[in-house]
Design a protein around this ligand. Structure first.
Ligand SMILES: Nc1ncnc2c1ncn2[C@@H]1O[C@H](COP(=O)(O)OP(=O)(O)O)[C@@H](O)[C@H]1O
Ligand SMILES: [Mg+2]
Length: 309
């Protein structure tokens, strides 16, 4: 019987979601007969990982100090295998700006964007005007390394631009300004290592203006439509793009890729989540269930993928 240590909680903005993910993961692992240990990770209890000496670590942390490669690096040093992607991929995908640069290099579609640096940001009126000229309104303003829609602003009026940029700088030194894509929000779950499998595409509808924190985590405020209401051509294009994205960023275990599709049917990658939510109402478990993989089977499969060389 393998001993699995579940890391959950942590110190990021997404702590509550991680606790929820982690509790579900623990239950599933116990049902599958694993010996389960739990650690609510912080800087003072890191050394307990080595003391517990698990065969494998299940990282159910989201956001900074969990999803961003730091914990992965620590586990690499200890020589303990873990679920999900490695150090470099985790760090890259945590940063939306670096991710978008790599996607552009690979010729994978992502909305046009520019980068603003807190240190050199010019609050002048002409900056705002040139942003409106380049992107039009609405435009999207995002902190580079947040998740769960924290630090993401969809701005409709010119006078909201500066406050949104300032708000995003509260979270990050780097902020991206992105073209707003009017259309449909889709998310694609991918499972596997060298030969990844793309699970059914989910369309997300939200009763709020966009898929914000509230609509993500309040029951009944969003709907997951499986299958997504898109034609077969678009479905195969998005499946191919997802597989290419997963491989070119060297993801492992699993990942969830968020897309917007505009009214012309052009898909754009918004971001790659290397530790997507694993709560009861999360998207990856829903996509897995749609192909007959139960939540427990999904969690067991992630552990097996972690142990694959
Ligand atoms: N360029 C965009 N055009 C339209 N909507 C967007 C755009 N970028 C983000 N959104 C909306 O904001 C949500 C969160 O953005 P995302 O980039 O996925 O970051 P995260 O989920 O990490 O907060 C998306 O699910 C979508 O509803
Ligand atoms: Mg997202």
């Amino acid at each position: 019987m393998s001993k699995v240590l579940v890391l959950m909680g942590g110190t990021s903005e997404e702590r509550e979601i991680s606790l929820n993910s982690g509790q579900n993961v623990c239950k599933a692992l116990e049902q599958k007969g694993f010996q389960v240990e739990v650690l609510d990770l912080n800087k003072d209890n890191l050394n307990q990982i080595a003391d517990i000496a698990p065969d494998v670590v299940f990282i159910a942390l989201h956001g900074k100090n969990g999803e961003d490669g730091t914990v992965q690096g620590y586990l690499d040093l200890l020589g303990i295998p873990y679920t999900g992607s490695g150090v470099a991929t985790s760090a890259i995908c945590m940063n939306k700006i670096i991710t978008k640069k790599l996607l552009s290099y690979e010729g994978l579609p992502t909305p046009d964007f520019i980068i603003m640096k807190k240190k050199t940001f010019d609050r002048a009126a002409f900056v705002v005007r040139s942003l409106v000229q380049k992107f039009g309104l609405p435009m999207v303003i995002k902190a580079a390394t947040q998740g769960s829609s924290i630090g993401t602003y969809i701005v409709k009026k010119e006078n909201e631009i500066l406050p949104a940029i300032e708000a995003a700088f509260q979270y990050d030194q780097d902020v991206l300004i992105e073209k707003y894509i009017d259309g449909t929000l889709l998310t694609v779950s991918v499972l596997g290592n060298e030969t990844p499998c793309v699970l059914p595409i989910i369309e997300i509808t939200s009763s709020n203006e966009f898929y914000d924190y509230e609509s993500k985590y309040t029951p009944g405020m969003c709907e997951h439509l499986i299958p997504a209401r898109i034609n077969e051509n678009l479905q195969s294009a998005i499946t191919r793009i997802s597989e290419e994205t997963y491989k070119s960023l060297a993801c492992r275990g699993f990942a969830r890729i968020d897309f917007m599709v505009d009214h012309k049917g052009q898909p754009y990658i918004l971001e790659i989540n290397t530790i997507p939510g694993l709560t009861d109402m999360s998207l990856v478990p829903d996509a897995a269930r749609a192909v007959g993989i139960s939540y427990e089977d999904l969690i067991e499969r992630l552990v097996k993928l972690a142990l694959e060389k």
